[in-house]
Structures are given as C-alpha cells and as structure tokens.
Design a protein around this ligand. Structure first.
Ligand SMILES: NC(=O)c1ccc[n+]([C@@H]2O[C@H](COP(=O)([O-])OP(=O)(O)OC[C@H]3O[C@@H](n4cnc5c(N)ncnc54)[C@H](O)[C@@H]3O)[C@@H](O)[C@H]2O)c1
Length: 109
C-alpha cells in the first residue's frame, strides 16, 4: 500500500500537535514529520511525549517538546507563545475544549 504521507507535503511548514504522547496525536505528529513538517509537540504525559519525540526524530523530523495541561488556558496560551516565538505556525489541527473555553485552532495557508 502506498505511503499516505506521500500524498501531501508539509515541507517547510511548522505544526503544533497537542495530545501527541499517545494515540491519534502521536500518529499525527509522526505523519506530519514524514510529510516534512517541523513540530512542536505537547502533552501532559511527559514520558510518552518523549517517546513520540524520539519517533519523530527517527523519521528525520525536527521537534520541540512542551509539557502542557490543556485544562489550564494559560498553559495553552503559553504553548502558543512558545511555538510562535520560534516561527510561524502553519498547522494546529486539534481543538482543545473544557467547560471553560474553546481554544485555538489555526490553519494558515
Ligand atoms: N481512537 C479513536 O479511534 C477515536 C475516534 C474518534 C474520536 N476519538 C477521540 O480523539 C481523542 C484522542 O483519542 P486517542 O485515541 O488518541 O486518545 P489517547 O488517550 O491515546 O490520547 C489522548 C492524549 O491526550 C493527552 N491528554 C489527556 N489529558 C490531557 C491534558 N489535560 N492536557 C494535555 N494532554 C492531555 C493524553 O496524555 C494522551 O496522550 C479522544 O477525545 C477520543 O475520544 C478517538
């Protein structure tokens, strides 16, 4: 089966992936890296997040890691500032909700 990451390119793009320690978030991070994106990955689970970072680097991706608890709005704002300080953010695919707020989802063309 053809590698689906060959169907699109994120070369030169920067992506922020929250919830990247496991599951869909981890796979998204790896998929984006394979497509050429540089990444900021974030999660509350520090240990598994480090393993995701290792997997991203193993497929040639550049990655920065940030611990975040999305239940705290200031932590999401801190993540956004961390990522934005390092360059433009092209992809931030997931929406982070709690009872208090709906947070940033951005896709810059
Ligand atoms: N797996 C599926 O097939 C599927 C299908 C449809 C929808 N979903 C939904 O997508 C979401 C992710 O699914 P998944 O299977 O990847 O789940 P998962 O539990 O593997 O991943 C969730 C990630 O979010 C992180 N996380 C949890 N609380 C956090 C917090 N407060 N701050 C920061 N990070 C936090 C966890 O550490 C984990 O890495 C879930 O809401 C799930 O219901 C999953």
């Amino acid at each position: 089966m053809e590698d689906p990451t060959r169907a699109f390119s994120l070369s030169g793009r920067r992506a922020v992936v929250v919830g990247a320690a496991t599951g869909i978030g981890r796979q998204a991070a790896i998929t984006f890296a394979r497509a050429g994106a540089s990444l900021v990955i974030a999660d509350i689970n520090v240990e598994e997040l480090a393993l995701t970072a290792d997997q991203v680097r193993a497929c040639g991706g550049e990655v920065e890691v940030r611990t975040v608890d999305v239940r705290a709005r200031e932590e999401i704002d801190g993540l956004a500032a961390f990522a934005a300080a390092r360059g433009r953010i092209d992809v931030w695919p997931f929406k982070h909700d709690n009872q208090q707020f709906a947070c940033k989802v951005c896709m810059n063309s």
